[in-house]
Design a protein around this ligand. Structure first.
Ligand code: COA
Length: 167
């Protein structure tokens, strides 16, 4: 029996331990971490999956923005990390977390969604593509085909050149 809860119900140390197990303790060097420096996760779009009292997985979303050279800023929501404990992977838990977050985002996201992730997973199941992101830039190394985005809640995607950063 598994249960989806607001991430704020979970001890922060338990969340960090899960992220270490899923991504490794060197995860802090990733470019995604630079996009959320100094900001808090969006409570309405961040969840935990718990089963028999144990933390199985988490999803967090962050307020970011696309800033064009002309000074135009467009609010976006960065999805991730999505993490499932290695002992519980490939059991549908990642899909459960993503589907739950996307349902909440349909009415609560204050910008379109973006993420750095595998198109084979996030495209196949959740409609994320790199179609709009070719001219976007990030403050660190990344693979272009893994910079994904998706419109949601009436928010469309900026397609012009712009730097993604925290908002
Ligand atoms: C990626 C992750 C969130 C997926 O969650 P999960 O619970 O293991 O996967 P699910 O059971 O929901 O989905 C399983 C399906 O997705 C596929 N899949 C899982 N991870 C994939 C990946 N990285 N790329 C492509 N396909 C993937 C599986 O092959 C499976 O497909 P099938 O049903 O046709 O066999 C999880 O494996 C994880 O935490 N991995 C380590 C951290 C990570 O890489 N996170 C993603 C970057 S933000």
């Amino acid at each position: 029996m598994v249960e989806l809860l607001p991430l704020s119900d979970i001890e922060p140390q338990a969340v960090e331990a899960l992220l270490d197990a899923a991504f490794g303790t060197d995860r802090f060097g990733r470019t995604a971490y630079r996009l959320r420096e100094g900001v808090d996760a969006v409570p309405a779009l961040s969840f935990a999956l718990v089963g028999d009292g144990a933390l199985i997985g988490t999803i967090q979303c962050w307020p970011v923005a696309h800033r064009g050279a002309d000074g135009t800023a467009t609010s976006l929501v960065m999805v991730g990390p999505v993490a499932v404990h290695p002992d519980a992977q490939r059991g549908g838990h990642g899909r459960m977390l993503m589907a739950y977050m996307l349902e909440a985002a349909e009415t609560r996201a204050d910008g379109a969604l973006m993420m750095i992730g595998d198109p084979e997973y996030y495209g196949r199941f959740f409609g994320f593509t790199a179609d709009a992101t070719a001219a976007w830039d990030l403050p660190g190394p990344y693979e272009k085909h893994r910079l994904l985005a998706r419109a949601v809640n009436g928010h469309s995607l900026p397609t012009g050149a712009g730097m993604i950063g925290p908002r």
